[in-house]
Design a protein around this ligand. Sequence first.
Ligand code: SF4
Ligand code: SF4
Length: 126
Amino acid sequence: MAVMITDLCINCDSCVDECPATAIVGADDSPLENAEFTYVKPEKCIECVDSSVPKCFDACPTEGAIVWDMPYTAEFNTYYMDGNDNGTYKIRIHKKKGIFSPEAQPRPFRDTIDMNDRASHTPLDF
Ligand code: SF4
Ligand code: SF4
């Protein structure tokens, strides 16, 4: 990922159209079953590496609604695949290419974000 949206989200969907990677979908379009909140697809999020402030964070009016998860890279393949099994994520499966796992399709990530902050999903300021 990537960015993760927490249960503090008020589903305003202000972030959806701001994402340059079309990684964000409203709850009604979430791939998760019985989704209550706006959802970020970790297999698409590029962490806005070319922007000083992530676009979704910039658009969000709700403190703590947007936090960080681990980089979507091969090193965290098991983490994301476990998340897929426990319902945290639902990673896209391509008919021919298979699942868009971190190992198969790693995404760019912001190396300035501390791994401990990612692991604890600490809200960050920019
Ligand atoms: S960090 Fe950027 S690419 Fe990732 S979900 Fe937010 S706006 Fe989209
Ligand atoms: S902008 Fe913030 S509060 Fe609104 S849908 Fe996105 S994450 Fe939720």
